[in-house]
Design a protein around this ligand. Structure first.
Ligand code: SF4
Length: 233
């Protein structure tokens, strides 16, 4: 399965935005000096990262799709992929460094600030991952659909292990594990499936799905290898 690691983002946080977010969740006032100190430290140690794999759809039926021999049961996923045979399976996280650091903090204010910083780290790495997908595989992520086990689209959280199985050793790659209660550790992590809409000759040029019956142009594997030096291509 073709896969990419996104782990070299430059993590930058505005103190004013941290204060705005902390206050929006109920704290009446936040010490600027405390925010500055925590932000400075967090920026030094943070290593948010994301990992994604291209999933080629090999079969489908009412309410399910099969990706690399694994059946994913989700009506929404089946609906969104009715006209595409390629999806992106991903996991993104604020990173274990920020998680370990935040666990050592005490005091409600510091903990609330650290939670916001971790949330922003996750947001930034997800944006970097979307950019990486668009630039590497020439897909339009701006109008892509995205679903997660446990979200409101009726894909049960109990399907989380299936997605983890398809993603491989997520602990080794990005330091994220799944508990027996279907919680992600670190908590500020996200796992899901991204489904870019529409296929055309250009997307086909950069799509590795060899079995796709709808292919409109050949895959430029050589070009991909040279340009991006991607694992698995
Ligand atoms: S080969 Fe082309 S038509 Fe098939 S899934 Fe890939 S981009 Fe879409």
């Amino acid at each position: 399965m073709h896969e990419c690691l996104v782990n070299s983002i430059s993590f930058r946080v505005e103190g004013a935005e941290v204060i705005r977010r902390v206050e929006s969740i109920g704290r009446s006032s936040v010490e600027e000096a405390t925010v500055r100190k925590l932000v400075e430290h967090a920026q030094k140690i943070a290593r948010p990262m994301a990992f994604y794999r291209i999933g080629c759809i090999e079969g489908r039926g009412p309410g399910w799709v099969e990706i690399h021999g694994v059946r994913l049961e989700s009506r929404r996923l089946a609906e969104y992929t009715s006209e595409v045979n390629r999806v992106f399976l991903y996991i993104a996280t604020c990173g274990s460094r920020l998680e370990d650091w935040s666990r050592m903090l005490s005091g409600d204010e510091e903990v609330a600030i650290a939670e916001v910083i971790k949330e922003m780290a996750l947001e930034q790495v997800r944006k970097a991952m979307y950019r990486h997908m668009s630039e590497t595989w020439h897909v339009d992520i701006s109008d892509a659909e995205e679903i997660h086990p446990g979200d409101k689209h009726g894909w049960s959280v109990t399907h989380m292990p299936v997605l983890f199985h398809l993603l491989g050793d997520t602990q080794a790659r990005v330091g994220v594990s799944l508990t027996s209660r279907f919680e992600l550790l670190p908590k500020r992590s996200a796992v899901g499936v991204i489904i870019p809409s529409g296929c055309n000759a250009i997307t086909c040029n950069y799509c590795p799905n060899e079995e796709c019956q709808n292919r409109k142009a050949p895959c430029r594997e050589e070009e991909l290898r040279k340009t991006y030096n991607l694992a698995g291509v």
